[in-house]
Write a protein that binds this ligand. Sequence first.
Ligand code: GAR
Length: 226
Amino acid sequence: MKTDPTADVPPRPIVVLVSGRGSNLQALLTAASDEHWDRDLQACIAAVISNQPRAGAIDVAQKHGVAVHVVDHRAFSSRNEFEQQLAVTIDLHQPVLIVLAGFMRVLSAEFVHHYAGRLINIHPSLLPSFPGLNTHRRALEAGVRVHGATVHFVSKEVDSGAIIAQAVVAVDPDDTEATLAARVLQQEHRLLPRAVRHVLTGRVQCAGTRAVLRDIAPGELSLLSV
Ligand code: GAR
């Protein structure tokens, strides 16, 4: 009888950090439940860590039977102490990849350096435009014609680092902050699983300020929904 050589290999752990409703976490869990994901990537979402005890993302994780940890930043007297506990909690799972999926705390240069090359973030703008908060409002105020989302390796500056994948959304003249945010979010849900997949296969690697791509079809990491 033929045996599957990968059968006894435990899946590679991914840890997802969240602060909010968890729709990007849901998109990742949906992608990870696909049989191809298992076969091709041998990776699983091992744990979700939230800095917000009431985040909707906690319910999302629990519905999927994923381990949840709450590391509430308010329980620590300094960012350093918070990050130490965060690192201890992450390291319990020995992850090959840490995904910031709506994680709304700024991380120190030391923390980022410690996880360099395996820490990625999704941000709701076409970086380097509109780092920080209220990206959709600022895009409308700036009158840009296209907006979108970016997945990038995390570097020590906020919302910066080597770009992995971007999704472009056309801005309609009638858009409000809410309508634009909803269309960008739809694209985030396509973009994040795709970016995670390519990082896990090793086809995307961080090389300083740019990501290096190998064996990736044109357009695979640049989604255009205009
Ligand atoms: C997403 O739009 C994500 O891009 C954004 O938070 C939202 C989380 O939504 N992240 C940032 O702004 C990080 N700078 P979700 O909890 O439904 O995934």
